[in-house]
Design a protein around this ligand. Structure first.
Ligand SMILES: [Fe+2]
Length: 389
C-alpha cells in the first residue's frame, strides 16, 4: 500500500482583504486569476474565494470569510493571514484514505465524492501537527477543471506565467517542537528524511550576548518529489530564535514560506522588483566570501551568472559537489503590505543547477539574511526572557 501522492493541486491562503492579496499575487508574483467561488459554494462555505495560477501545479486559493462560522474566519480568529491548507493530488482517493487510516491519520472529514457535469471530484482532509494547517487529498483524474466550488475562466495549466515558474520546489513550516512533526511525516505520510541541520549564530561567535538558532529537518516523498522543510527554535536565546519569533507573529505553528523554482532567476528578479516586489538584502560581506565558500563546498564547476549581477539583486548562491543553486527571499507579506495582519508568510524564488539539496552554507545564508531582517526590526536587539522558574 502507498499514499500515491502525485503533485500539488493547490494551497489555500486565508485573507482578510481579497483585493490586496490578489494584487500581490498578480502584480508582484505574476500569478493570474482564473476562477472564483460560485454563489452556491459561497453560501455553503461562507467564504468568497479566488483561484490564481502560476502553472499547472502552482495554484493558490485566496479565501476571505463572509461569515463567522467559515473555515477562513476560524483560521483568522487565531492567526494573521497565512496558508492554512495544502492540497495534494493522489492517484486514488480510496487507496490514499485506506493508507492514512491504517497509519492513524486524524480525518477532518470522510471522503466526499461530487459528481458534476465536469466529472467526478473526490476529496478528504486530515489534521496535522501544524496547528490549524490541514492537508487535503484530491482525486481529479476524472474531473475537467479545478474544483466544483469554482467557476473558471480558464483551467490550470493553460496559463504560463512570464516568470516561468516550474513548480513548488518546497514548502517550509515552523513549529515549537520539531519531533512530532517529523514523526507525522514519517509515520502518517510515509515521507523519508532528506536532509537535516542544526545551526546557531553563536556557533560562529560564542561571545555574542544574544543570538538565534534553529534545527531543521527536510522530509520528502521520493515518488512525487514533494519536499517539506521543517524548523524549530534552538537555545541559547530560544525566544530570540527567528523561528520562535515567527511562532509569536503567527500565533502558533504554520507555513513559513513557499519556494517557487525557476529556470533563470536573474530575469525573474528584474520582473519581480520592477513590479514592486521587496526582498531581503544580503550582507555585502556575503559576496566577498562567496568564491571561497563555493570552493569549500566541493563544487568544481562554474557559476554561469556573474557574481556582480547576483549581488545587485541580493541573490544568494550556494553549492555542493553536485552543482549550485541560486535563491532569494521576499519580505514577509505583513511588511509588504505594511500591516501586521498580513502575516509572517514569505516567498522564495530558487534556481537549481544540479544542486538538488539544501546545502549547509546555503541554509546558513538563509538564516543570516533573515537575521539581518529581524535586526532591522529590532526584534533581536536584546535577550528576551526565558521560561525559567
Ligand atoms: Fe526555502
Amino acid at each position: 500500500m502507498k499514499l500515491g501522492l502525485n503533485s500539488y493541486h493547490s494551497y489555500e491562503h486565508y485573507v482578510t482583504d481579497l483585493s490586496r492579496t490578489q494584487e500581490f499575487y498578480e502584480k508582484v508574483l505574476g500569478y493570474k486569476t482564473i476562477g472564483n467561488s460560485t454563489p452556491a459554494a459561497e453560501k455553503k462555505d461562507g467564504m468568497q474565494r479566488l483561484v490564481l495560477t502560476a502553472g499547472r501545479d502552482i495554484n493558490v486559493v485566496l479565501s476571505k470569510p463572509l461569515t463567522e462560522w467559515s473555515v477562513a474566519a476560524k483560521y483568522l480568529s487565531h492567526h494573521p493571514e497565512g496558508v492554512g491548507a495544502l492540497n495534494f493530488r493522489v492517484d486514488s482517493l480510496e487507496l490514499a484514505y485506506n493508507f492514512l487510516e491504517e497509519r492513524n491519520a486524524t480525518f477532518l472529514y470522510a471522503p466526499v465524492t461530487e459528481t458534476t457535469p465536469q466529472g467526478i471530484f473526490k476529496q478528504f482532509a486530515i489534521a496535522t501537527p501544524l496547528a490549524d494547517v490541514c492537508f487535503r487529498f484530491i482525486e481529479d483524474t476524472a474531473f475537467q477543471g479545478f474544483s466544483p466550488a469554482f467557476a473558471m475562466t480558464e483551467q490550470p495549466g493553460e496559463f504560463r506565467s512570464e516568470h516561468h515558474y516550474e513548480c513548488i520546489d518546497h514548502i517550509t513550516s515552523n513549529v515549537k517542537s520539531l519531533q512530532p512533526l517529523v514523526a507525522f511525516f514519517k509515520d502518517v505520510m510515509a515521507f523519508e528524511t532528506f536532509w537535516g541541520i542544526a545551526f546557531h549564530t553563536n556557533d560562529i561567535n560564542p561571545d555574542l550576548p544574544v543570538g538565534s538558532g534553529l534545527k531543521s529537518a527536510v522530509m520528502w516523498d521520493p515518488t512525487s518529489g514533494i519536499k517539506f522543510a521543517n524548523n524549530e527554535p534552538s537555545p541559547p536565546y530560544f525566544r530570540n530564535s527567528q523561528i520562535d519569533i515567527y511562532l509569536n507573529d503567527n500565533h502558533g505553528a504554520g507555513v513559513q514560506h513557499i519556494a517557487l523554482r525557476v529556470p533563470r532567476i536573474l530575469p525573474v528578479m528584474h520582473k519581480l522588483k520592477s513590479a514592486g516586489g521587496q526582498f531581503l538584502p544580503a550582507p555585502a560581506s556575503y559576496y566577498a566570501q562567496t568564491p571561497e565558500r563555493l570552493k569549500e563546498s566541493g563544487f568544481t564547476g562554474k557559476v554561469s551568472e556573474p557574481l556582480a549581477d547576483l549581488e545587485q539583486h541580493s541573490i544568494l548562491v550556494d553549492a555542493s559537489e553536485k552543482g549550485y543553486l541560486l535563491q532569494i527571499f521576499s519580505l514577509v507579506l505583513g511588511r509588504h503590505y505594511g500591516d501586521t495582519p498580513g502575516g509572517p508568510l514569505f516567498y522564495e524564488v530558487i534556481q537549481r543547477e544540479g544542486d538538488d539539496g539544501f546545502g549547509g552554507g546555503n541554509f546558513r545564508a538563509l538564516f543570516e539574511t533573515i537575521e539581518v531582517d529581524q535586526i532591522a526590526l529590532e526584534k533581536t536587539a536584546q535577550q528576551l526572557p526565558l521560561e525559567t522558574i
